[in-house]
Design a protein around this ligand. Structure first.
Ligand SMILES: Cc1cc2nc3c(=O)[nH]c(=O)nc-3n(C[C@H](O)[C@H](O)[C@H](O)COP(=O)(O)O)c2cc1C
Length: 319
């Protein structure tokens, strides 16, 4: 059955999206770490194409991140090992957030810590910030030391992390999962059972790049996070797998560069669409994607809900 097509009351009338408890103007969400604190992109694109902007990760103490080089381009994406550089929660609250608020776009904070208590403390403080529409738990960055990966790889620890944050805030909680696991389903279920409202699938894939001159890594670490076009089919498969196993909304993130990419993620079961590396390549591309999805829906007389999870299965002898 077709969903109702909403009335044309906004710039992208067909793109209004209910992402769990969040009502967004469009499903496109700037992915954390690829859009700074929003202000950096203010003069480069129209921010009203973003349903929300996820701010760069924030931790309790400032982090300097990893040494340079921290970014290398790949044939269809990029490897990064930034290492969650950020000025810490005090500067975030006093200097950064006030500027981001002026952008007038819904903001999501991205929380990072070494221990569960760090995330819980951050969630308590950020819960008081009316400007934040949701808190995203980054339990999945591949580019740091200290057993951080255990949040991403162990369903029990992930469950404890999400429960802790859930108890510390009344805001919607987004759990951003790592794709660097053998089976993501137990992790997704654990995040849901612990009270997550939304899943973000997901973060970068671990990769590597070696200089053939020096025989060393091209980066300051052995491994780094691969993002961009190269990971789209992988992220799409994960979204489809998880959407079939949980009943909370999913933000599909990984290599969205074109309208068709976005539509694919919706059909696979995503409700929200994370846009990351594309912002570095063409800062106004998300606007084009919004126009493109709008046209795709209008031409077919569809509402966006008609696409979500509408995947019809394997091709059958079609050429
Ligand atoms: C330079 C860079 C920095 C990132 N920093 C963060 C971060 O601070 N927190 C986070 O949860 N994800 C971070 N990510 C991951 C992105 O939010 C996103 O999940 C990933 O890049 C996949 O999406 P994409 O292919 O559209 O870029 C970062 C990615 C890049 C490329």
């Amino acid at each position: 059955m077709k969903a109702m097509v909403p009335e044309a009351t906004s710039r992208f009338p067909l793109l209004k999206t209910k992402l769990g408890p969040l009502e967004l103007e469009t499903p496109l969400i700037a992915a954390s770490g690829t859009f700074g604190y929003g202000s950096e992109f203010e003069n480069l694109t129209d921010l009203d194409c973003f349903g929300a902007v996820t701010l760069k990760a924030v931790s309790i103490e400032p982090r300097t991140g990893n040494p340079y080089p921290r970014i290398v381009e790949t044939p269809s994406g990029m490897l990064n090992c930034i290492g969650l550089e950020n000025p810490g929660i005090d500067v975030f609250l006093n200097e950064i957030l006030p500027e981001s608020i002026k952008l007038g776009v819904p903001l999501i904070a991205n929380l990072v810590g070494d221990r569960i208590e760090d995330y819980v403390s951050l969630a308590r403080v950020l819960d008081e910030q009316d400007s934040l529409v949701a808190l995203e738990i980054n339990g999945s960055c591949p580019n740091v030391d200290h057993g951080f990966m255990s949040f991403a790889a162990d369903p029990v620890i992930l469950g404890e992390l999400v429960s802790g944050v859930r108890a510390a805030t009344s805001k919607p909680v987004i759990s951003k999962l790592s794709p660097n696991v053998t089976d993501i389903i137990p992790l997704a279920r654990s995040a849901v059972n612990a009270g997550s409202d939304i899943l973000n699938l997901g973060n970068t894939f671990l990769g590597m790049s070696i200089s053939t001159d020096t025989w060393k890594s091209r980066l300051s670490r052995d491994y780094a996070g691969l993002s961009g076009r190269a990971i789209r089919p992988l992220a799409l498969r994960i979204v489809h797998q998880v959407a079939s196993s949980v009943d909370i909304p999913i933000i599909g993130t990984g290599g969205i560069y074109e309208t068709a990419d976005a539509v694919e993620f919706l059909i696979a079961g995503a409700t929200g669409l994370g846009a990351g590396t594309v912002n570095f390549i063409q800062p106004n591309r998300v606007r084009e994607i919004c126009d493109g999805i709008n046209d795709y829906l209008a031409e077919r007389n569809l509402a966006i809900q008609d696409l979500i999870g509408a995947y019809r299965g394997p091709a059958e002898g079609e050429m």
